[in-house]
Design a protein. Structure first.
Length: 216
């Protein structure tokens, strides 16, 4: 598996939680998992993000965690199958793994792709489709693997979109683009804003997926 050429998150980590679309609420998958368990003295959790290391060689002993999550990072990993194997290895029996990501394959009408078509090409190379992730999870040993899709539809103000994409450092899709492709996308938005015949509110759609599996 080739290394993703996206972005050095060490350089922008302090910006990550400051973006307005980052949810601060409790993880619903974790809440559902806890609701199905008897009260326990302790519960160990891992989000594959907070410790510096290799996602395909996690620095933890086997069977260390009751719940493991990976939130919007899977597309950045070089060895995706290795990461799934490691998530399974560090889970205890009875534990659950939850993976969250966007789904480019079901987001053809995302406005970012309309204005920055190179982003779509790169996302299709970096993001595994849900069926591929499910197949790999099952092959790894996860049981009861499920996929949940969440389709977000809204009307997007093109002027607001332009304001948002000017903060390039807050979006990995934009950071992954060549400077020329990024500049070309900005010009496309600016032309639409200047054209009186072009609607200034546009339909926007993005698909998110949650995949879960248990170690039994």
């Amino acid at each position: 598996m080739q290394r993703s050429t996206r972005v050095d998150y060490d350089a922008i980590a302090e910006l990550y939680d400051s973006t307005p679309h980052r949810e601060k609420s409790a993880d619903p998958e974790l809440i559902a998992f806890l609701a199905g368990r008897r009260p326990a003295a302790s519960l160990t959790l891992l989000d594959i993000a907070w410790v510096h290391g290799d996602s395909a060689a996690l620095p933890f002993a086997s069977g260390s965690f009751d719940f493991v999550s990976c939130q919007y990072a899977f597309h950045h990993f070089r060895d995706k199958a290795g990461m799934l194997r490691e998530a399974f290895r560090v889970l205890r029996r009875g534990g659950r793994f939850a993976l969250y990501n966007m789904c480019p394959q079901e987001s053809d009408d995302w406005l970012y792709y309309a204005y920055f078509p190179e982003a779509k090409t790169r996302d299709f190379a970096d993001f595994w489709p849900p069926d591929a992730i499910v197949s790999e999870m099952k092959a790894t040993g996860f049981a009861g693997v499920e996929v949940q899709r969440r389709h977000v539809h809204r009307e997007r103000d093109v002027a607001e979109l332009l304001s948002a994409v000017r903060f390039r450092e807050r979006n990995s899709q934009l950071l992954s683009l060549s400077d020329a492709a990024y500049a070309a996308g900005l010009r496309r938005i600016e032309r639409d804003l200047d054209d009186p015949q072009t609607p200034k509110m546009c339909a926007d759609h993005l698909c998110f997926v949650t995949m879960r599996g248990d170690r039994r």
